[in-house]
Ligand binder design. Structure first.
Ligand code: GSH
Length: 239
């Protein structure tokens, strides 16, 4: 299991003023070695996509990762520190120990598994692999929808809000939970890029859209999520 290390206020070329949180996950390697060539994840604790990456890093037992807290300033204003590494200005963005940028969350999670030599979160066997990738896509779609819903209900000026789109996105989340309940509970029980993604998406749905009441008709999904949430990989990142 990856363990969290001491607070690291900033890293070269990064503006400490916008780095409100930095933490390091490390295991095994000595500090001096990891410090020279450590991967850096641009992260914000609110982002479900960034959380997927941290959960994956912990589950695959990634030996060393520096987590850099960044603000996504607003949907209409890019944070230049992020844009320097990702033209889309989005987090999560990973800077590898070779200095290359990797995004988005799907690619970062797969990179972590590859880097850690883990084959179980995304096995090669085709039937399992494509089922897991589909589950991952479902979780990603839920997170996309939940974030869009948040923008529509909280960020967009009130006079520009679109009621039908809000309703449609709530309906989409409800349908996704029903599908998970009816078709995916067995697969969710394995720790894969699919189950990790769904767990991060549901945690965000709870955080931003608790009134959706998705547990009401989805008892098995709720039970699974309760168990998955107790895994050490789901713990918050601490500075
Ligand atoms: N598909 C991307 C989505 C990433 C994303 O939308 N991140 C949001 C935070 S939750 C962000 O950076 N928003 C700032 C912006 O779009 O400018 C992924 O999976 O990494």
């Amino acid at each position: 299991m990856t363990k969290e290390g001491p607070f690291i206020p900033s890293w070269p070329g990064f503006d400490p003023a916008i780095s409100f949180l930095a933490a390091r996950l490390e295991l095994g390697l000595g500090r001096k070695i990891t410090r020279l060539a450590i991967m850096k994840l641009l992260y914000n604790p609110i982002s479900p996509f960034a959380r997927m990456c941290v959960i994956t890093a912990r589950e695959v037992g990634l030996k060393s990762l520096e987590i850099i807290g960044v603000e996504t300033l607003s949907v209409t204003n890019a944070n230049p520190e992020i844009v320097r590494h990702n033209p889309l200005g989005r987090i999560p963005t990973l800077i590898t120990n070779h200095g290359h940028s990797i995004h988005d969350s799907r690619v970062i999670c797969e990179y972590f598994a590859h880097h850690a030599g883990n084959k179980s979160v995304l096995p090669d066997e085709p039937v399992k692999r494509f089922r897991i990738l589909t589950l991952q896509a479902l979780g990603q779609g839920m997170a996309d929808t939940a974030v869009a819903l948040r923008y529509e209900t909280a960020t967009r000026p009130e006079s520009l809000r679109w009621r039908e789109l809000i309703d449609r996105n709530r309906e989409r989340l409800t349908a996704a939970c029903k599908d998970l309940e009816e078709h995916w509970v067995n697969e969710l029980k394995e720790v894969t890029l699919g189950s990790i993604t769904v767990a991060a998406a549901l945690a965000y749905v709870d955080f931003r859209h608790g009134d959706l009441g998705w547990r009401d008709n989805n008892q098995r999904l709720a039970d699974w999520f309760g168990q998955f949430s107790a895994r050490p990989s789901m713990a918050p990142v601490t500075a």
